[in-house]
Design a protein around this ligand. Structure first.
Ligand code: ZN
Length: 94
């Protein structure tokens, strides 16, 4: 009789542990993913060189469309033609 009770206790504990594990997994899956939230869109500046090619570089303070800059590739005169944010492709949240 005592042995049977002990067995029931063991199974009960195992069941409770499994339930706790499932609840933990459920809670973690419902938490917002911090890594995705902290991902910032990077701002890019598109430059057109007098040579005709276009160069994309990271936005730097003071950039504006129409600004005359030095081409980062060949050093010739270039003009900023676009500034935009570029988000890394990621699956949409449900
Ligand atoms: Zn150039």
């Amino acid at each position: 009789m005592v042995q049977l009770l002990n067995e029931i206790d063991t199974y009960t504990i195992i069941l409770l542990l499994m339930l706790a594990a499932m609840l933990t997994l459920l809670i973690f899956s419902m938490l917002p993913r911090k890594a995705e939230q902290q991902e910032k869109p990077s701002i890019k500046t598109l430059i057109r060189c007098v040579d005709g090619h276009e160069v994309e570089r990271d936005f730097s303070k003071g950039d504006y469309v129409g600004k005359k800059v030095e081409c980062p590739q060949c050093g010739k005169e270039a003009t900023i033609i676009a500034i935009y944010s570029k988000q890394a492709l990621q699956p949409r949240k449900p």
